[in-house]
Design a protein around this ligand. Sequence first.
Ligand code: SF4
Length: 364
Amino acid sequence: MRAEPATATAVHDPDATPPALLEVEGLTKYFDAGGGLFGRGARQVRAVDGVSFSLRRGATLGLVGESGSGKSTTARLVLRLLEPSSGRVSFDGVDVTTCTRREMARLRRRMQVVFQDPYGSLDPRMNALAAIGEPLVVHRMARGRDLRVRVAELLERVGLRPADMWKYPHQFSGGQAQRVSIARALATDPELIICDEAVSALDASIQAQILNLLRRLQSELGLSYLFIAHDLNVVRYMSDELCVMYMGRIVERGDADRVLRDPVHPYTRMLVAAIPSLERPGGGRCGRPVLRGEVSSPLDPPSGCRFHPRCPDAVERCRHEDPAPRPVAVGRIAACHLHPAGPDEPHPDEPQTDEPHTDEEVAS
Ligand code: SF4
């Protein structure tokens, strides 16, 4: 049975577009990187820097980018496992960033996470009954015989046998252990599951099985997924919408198929071209991986566009001006001086308030 919607949800208008389940606005997380005397002049790492997106009920939003792009930090901020430096996360109309501990405990039932390494996230001393049953006990949703019946149901739902409840993590294969993690995430009937590189550690054939399981569960239970991965093929298979992140920022956002078939941002194009198996428009296939250069140090980010040291299209302006995200088509946003208009020509769709800003303005 689903948890009751939060009382803070806006009044329902039957003609209105359904509100997003999850809305993230201007989310930032700066970590203190030390240095300076008595805190003065201390350096900060902008792990997440002004990230905004929304996720519809029953849909999947993919977050992609190389290691260090801020994907997992964003997930932890959404779950409030980390406190943001600024910005807002709203879940079903409730502001996650300001709600009380009690409200947060209620929300946690409805927002769950599946991590990359099931052996790392499952306690080796707990069998599957204890691992899957723990959230049910914590949230006082079942105990005793009811607990075992519920755990047996959950095991069957993820393709395991009820008798597997007596096994410990080391007695499961990697794919089976990830199914136990998924069953644990499902235990409290969540509406949102954050999959943080949930299939990255698995062999390709097992990956496919787990992805199909996640899709089946989504259609059966109406789940929403925030799906974090670095493998674009995996993300394309799962996602309705896509956010491409680079050094803590979203550089491109839009419908997943359209973003991957016709990437606008040079970084997205680079990621797409680096996947040998991804089909290009026209039916051809990409060639060898072409990810050039390294991600810059977050302690010393480049001036202007953070991608400019690696960008094949960079122009002089890119070294000084940080491109603001702006609409490039309906439902499509990119942060690049070259799109959709030339570097000196503002596009008519460009919001008046979204002027590109200099590094000095960002720092102030
Ligand atoms: Fe490349 Fe310039 Fe666009 Fe940045 S703003 S992605 S450096 S062209």
